[in-house]
Design a protein around this ligand. Structure first.
Ligand code: OXD
Ligand code: MN
Length: 590
């Protein structure tokens, strides 16, 4: 007689530490019920059906967008809220001038008041998750408690969530505690608090991705950057991409650009027809955890399992891969609808919007049809260029690190740092125009060091010191570059075509790493001369190219003054090495 398979241990009994914490949160928030997420597809389907029944999710046109849904958030809850995001360390200086700070006791007291009884009549979801491949020593785990089924569904796409993660937590014994409630979605009762010393997050009053999917920005960047400093690695706002040359050699690079500056597009770049033989493999599109390896190289994993990308601008011409990826099993947030229930957004060349992102009849006088920060959530496995190495427990070796910003002027198309130390200064001085990814004015240039201004969980000065320390451990350190795809001419027109053509710049980057490409010295670093870039088949005039590859000494002298004033905000904690590098640049500018 066949014996029945043993019943799995209920999740609620797998880890005493998690169970005790859930119990204390249950007592505080008083939900109607508790649901431990196993992370199965059946569970995902059930939650989706529940939200459809409750009118929270809209099923999209099943012929053209099978398995896709639309979620509309509250109109005042559509982006990250940097002004309401706090780092709560015992010493204010540990949070640094780059963060809003609150004393941990005061923050806990404030949050306890908000959380008390806030889940009455709601379900409390327990989501154990692993950031990174489940069997990787480089991965780290967390548990999110939330009262939002939409958040639970997103977390199941964005992370390795469920039983396997909880088994790892039970084995490792440590996890990041993330408590989230949408509360009343009242912007006046909204806080995103981080307690790096306790590996804890408390988020109240928002359902938006970066504020509510706690595995992403809150854990994988703010808390992880703190963990990384303690443990000797780096948690960065970077895409990771593998580039295979026509000769069949694959190199991986990691690139840090601020939010909504094209990381997802670069991570899934389509090589132009005039560059035959290149292949591109996405490892990650937003976050990289970088560890010095025993071989003296830097090794990277993508802690995420899905993409939470900006929708507007995506179309078969700008990025065929991205467009194809979101045609199935995708959760859209805040896009518009056509008459036959297809999602629509600005930048699509087909279809007509009839309903805007708020569910109102579309009226161009009331602004764009889709919200500029409308998003797709989709499994990384849906990406046609998903790298098989993305699941590799060891990660991938990094040949180059690339920083970048969105700047109309000043920063040339590409330049190479003189050394790791100079590269840290280049990263620390990144500046970029703000975008719709965060609440606030769009298009204002601000310093965004390493694209981490909204995400570094501690004092930037200590973070730059940590970058120098990590570099010193690398006998085969990646070279460091800076790019700017967004330079404009005097009429405001982009000088560089961007998208797939960016591969030409990356080809130069890789050739520099291999010692194959030429460059000219400049005051700010090494720049390609026009002949060093592969421009075959590219329609660009020599004047545009020379503007893209020029360094204007007057603008750069002003830039150096701005950078120095910025670094001075961090006082004596700033590594003197960075000021020394800045002085070298300044003296070369004359
Ligand atoms: C994101 C962001 O959602 O950077 O990735 O805002
Ligand atoms: Mn991001």
């Amino acid at each position: 007689m066949a014996t029945a398979a043993p019943l799995p241990i209920p999740l609620s009994q797998l880890s005493r530490a998690v169970t005790d914490w859930v119990e204390s949160v249950r007592a505080l928030t008083q939900p109607a019920g508790v649901l431990w997420c196993e992370g199965t597809e059946a569970e995902q389907r059930e939650l989706t059906s529940k939200l459809i029944r409750e009118g929270e999710l809209i099923r999209l046109n099943a012929e053209h967008f099978p398995g896709c849904h639309l979620y509309r958030s509250s109109p005042s809850d559509v982006a990250r809220v940097e002004h309401l995001t706090y780092i709560c360390t015992h010493s204010k200086d540990d949070a640094g001038p780059n963060n809003h700070w609150m004393d941990p006791e005061e923050a806990h007291a404030k949050m306890r008041e908000l959380f008390a009884g806030c889940m009455r009549g709601r379900t409390l979801y327990v989501i154990p998750y692993c950031m990174g491949p489940i069997d990787s020593p480089l991965s780290r785990c967390g548990v999110e408690i939330t009262d939002s089924a939409y958040v639970a569904i997103n977390m199941m796409i964005m992370t390795r969530a469920g039983r396997a993660a909880l088994e790892r937590i039970a084995h490792d014994g440590s996890f990041v505690r993330g408590l989230h409630s949408t509360g009343e979605l009242d912007p006046n009762r909204r806080f995103i608090m981080h307690f790096p010393e306790e590996l804890a997050i408390e988020s109240f009053g928002s359902g938006y991705g970066g504020n509510a999917l706690l595995g992403k920005k809150c854990h994988a960047l703010r808390i992880a950057s703190w963990q990384a400093r303690t443990e000797g690695w780096l948690a960065e706002h970077m895409l990771i991409v593998g580039l295979e040359s026509p000769q069949g050699e694959t190199h991986y690079i990691a690139c840090a650009f601020p939010s909504a500056c094209g990381k997802t597009n670069l991570a899934m770049l389509i090589p132009p027809a005039s560059l035959p033989g290149w292949k591109v493999y996405t490892v990650g599109d937003d976050i990289a955890w970088l560890h010095p390896g025993p071989d003296g190289r830097l090794w990277a994993i993508n802690p995420e399992a899905g993409l939470f990308g900006v929708v507007p601008g995506t179309n078969p011409q700008t990025n065929r891969n991205a467009y194809q990826m979101i045609r199935r099993d995708t959760l859209f947030t805040n896009v518009a609808l056509t008459a036959d229930n297809q999602p629509w957004w600005e930048g699509l060349t087909t279809g007509i919007p009839v309903t805007d992102w708020q569910g109102r009849p579309y009226d161009p006088g009331k602004g764009p049809a889709a919200h500029p920060n409308s998003r797709f959530t989709v499994s990384a496995k849906r990406n046609p260029s998903y790298s098989p190495r993305a699941e590799d427990a060891r990660g991938v070796p990094i040949s180059a690190l690339v920083f970048g910003g969105r700047r109309r002027e000043v920063a040339p198309l590409v330049y190479e740092a003189r050394s790791w130390q100079h590269g840290v200064l280049v990263g620390a001085s990144v500046a970029s125009e703000t975008t719709a990814a965060a609440v606030g004015q769009v298009g204002v240039v601000r310093r965004d060091p390493m694209a981490m201004q909204p995400f570094c969980g501690y004092n930037f000065a200590d973070y730059w010191r940590h970058w120098l320390t990590v570099g010193a451990k690398l006998s085969r350190a990646p070279k460091i570059f800076h790019v700017n795809w967004f330079r404009r001419d005097a009429h405001g027109k982009f000088l560089w075509p961007g998208y797939g053509e960016n591969l030409r710049v990356l080809e130069w980057v890789l050739d520099r790493c291999a010692g194959k490409a030429g460059a000219a010295e400049s005051a700010i670093g090494l720049l390609p001369r026009a002949e060093d870039l592969d421009t075959q088949g590219l329609r660009i005039g020599p004047e545009s190219l020379s503007a893209l590859l020029s360094v204007d000494p007057a603008l750069w002298r002003k830039e150096v003054t701005d950078i120095r004033a910025y670094l001075e905000k961090y006082g004596s904690r700033v590594p003197p090495e960075l000021l020394a590098e800045l002085a070298v640049t300044e003296s070369r500018l004359g």
